[in-house]
Design a protein around this ligand. Structure first.
Ligand code: HEM
Length: 460
């Protein structure tokens, strides 16, 4: 069998490269090792192997017996997500939780959330004034949080909603703090340096959130409302094969997990979509033509089915996938992958970014070309923004639905421009790739129907 190879640079240098310029690191490695390579970029496993060949990805995603998913930084993340989080369960418990959660995220359920998502997108954008420069990512974060509060938590007004919203803004941003990440990764420092406030503050806010969430769960259990369609209500009713329901702690931990996995990821992908659409005025014009054909107040499901909008969202998730590598699959027994022997203890990652930049699948891969998704149907191992297998993103259907509805709502109502004409580069934040600077845009004003499909040049 062949010997696995990878960049020769020492591990600590690779870690620095991965942190400071993940795209540069992956592109350089792929020049030499286009399908699979050994990397030294995270502390997970004895060694990490990044895979970008669709056949090998299929093998990894469908061979759960040989490798088992492990949450990134495993136990260290437990204080943030909670012990019962889906992320930390062994395969048996994970399957039980997925079965309880999945029906709420099924594509068909999305129809119930469509109108609410369009309204929230409109409400948040209405707060912008004409001529204002704003960060697309910040606005998308606001929309994405409102969607999570309403669609997942079932909260849209009242005192509890207001307080929880402020606390959740803090909670979903904890990974952005370098001090917090340092404390999280070094439990011994949590006690020693807890007085530095960051850790104490986190514990205090977590306690406040828990009080509010448990109060909400208790009230909903006491007074079930069959009219409710939010995901929390679905989870309270869900029963496993033995007729058991989820405990309050299990529900609390899943709610927090959904917030932390779904908030920034969706907001970032929507900000990238706005960037690409406005960077290419001809794409914006084509998209508007398609959206406008649906008339005033279109049905959200009709928006969802638009082919060019779908292609634009797919291309957005292809070119800079928000999550550039899948969660690690820890190898339990040695097996052969593409002629290489993979040793137990190895952390296997499907390299989503490099798969999406294979020239044999995506010619001119660095160019934003939505048409490639109209001309060709890619397999679930060639286009993998949401990972795959038993750990595939639980919120994929909701994320795609939200992305399309929010983009269509904003585009059809407002005239926006990029504030700078320079290309925006992706940078790494925690496990995601975000646009540097957040994509600065200018609101030019409301859109009139006759201006619809005219390409608008960006100011330089
Ligand atoms: C565009 C937005 C999103 C992207 C690009 C994305 C991407 C991903 C990826 C790559 C994974 C890892 C899959 C693997 O290792 O095979 C994942 C897992 C997950 N995502 Fe998402 N995600 C997005 C939005 C959401 C939303 C909206 C939610 C929920 C509200 C969500 C919930 C989850 C959960 C719970 C997991 C863990 C699944 C498990 O371990 O079984 N994600 N996501």
């Amino acid at each position: 069998m062949k010997q696995l190879k990878g960049p020769r640079t020492p591990g600590f240098v690779q870690k620095i490269q991965w942190s400071s310029d993940p795209i540069g690191y992956m592109d350089a490695a792929a020049q030499k090792f286009p399908d699979i390579f050994e990397a030294k970029i995270t502390p997970v496993g004895n060694t990490q192997v990044l895979v970008s060949h669709p056949q090998a990805i299929q093998q990894i995603m469908t061979q759960d017996v040989k490798s088992e998913y492990a949450a990134p930084d495993g136990n260290l993340m437990r204080p943030v997500f909670g012990d019962e989080s889906l992320l930390f369960q062994d395969p048996k418990h994970h399957l039980r939780q997925r079965k309880l959660l999945m029906p709420s995220f099924h594509g068909e359920r999305m129809t119930a959330y469509g109108r609410a998502i369009c309204n929230l997108a409109q409400q948040v954008s209405e707060e912008l004034s004409s001529g204002e420069i704003f960060s697309a990512r910040a606005i998308m974060e606001d929309i994405s949080l409102e969607v999570i509060l309403e669609v997942i938590f079932g909260l849209s007004e009242g005192e509890r909603y207001q307080i929880l919203k402020e606390l959740l803004v803090y909670y979903s941003g904890v990974f952005q703090s370098k001090i917090f990440n340092l404390l999280l990764l070094s439990p011994s420092l949590q006690k020693k340096l807890g007085f530095l406030n960051s850790w104490q503050n986190f514990l205090h806010k977590r306690q406040q959130i828990d009080q509010l969430l448990y109060a909400e769960i208790k009230e909903r259990r006491a007074k079930p409302d069959p009219e409710r369609t939010d995901i929390l209500s679905m989870l309270l009713l869900a029963r496993d094969e033995d007729g058991e329901r989820m405990s309050d702690v299990e529900i609390r931990d899943q709610l927090i997990t959904l917030l932390l996995t779904g908030h920034e990821t969706t907001a970032t992908s929507m900000a990238w979509a706005l960037y690409w659409i406005h960077y290419h005025p001809e794409i914006r014009a084509k998209l508007l033509k398609e959206i406008d054909r649906l008339g005033d107040s279109p049905d959200p499901m009709d928006i969802f089915r638009l082919p060019y909008l779908t292609a634009v969202c797919n291309e957005t998730l292809r070119i800079y996938p928000v999550v550039p590598i899948s969660g690690p699959r820890m190898v339990k027994e040695s097996f052969e992958l593409m002629g290489y022997e993979i040793q137990p203890g190895t952390a296997l990652h499907c390299c989503i970014y490099l798969t999406h930049h294979r020239e044999d699948l995506y010619p001119n891969s660095k160019q934003f070309q939505p048409e490639r998704f109209i001309e060709h149907q890619f397999s679930p191992y060639e286009f993998i923004p949401f990972g795959g297998g038993s750990r595939r993103c639980l919120g994929a259907a909701l994320a795609m639905f939200e992305m399309k509805l929010v983009i269509a709502t904003i585009l059809s109502r407002y005239r926006l421009l990029l504030a700078d004409n320079k290309p925006v580069k992706p940078i790494r934040q925690a496990i995601t790739l975000i646009p540097a600077g957040g994509v600065r845009m200018i609101l030019q004003g409301q859109r009139l129907r006759q201006q619809m499909s005219q390409p608008v040049a960006n100011p330089v």
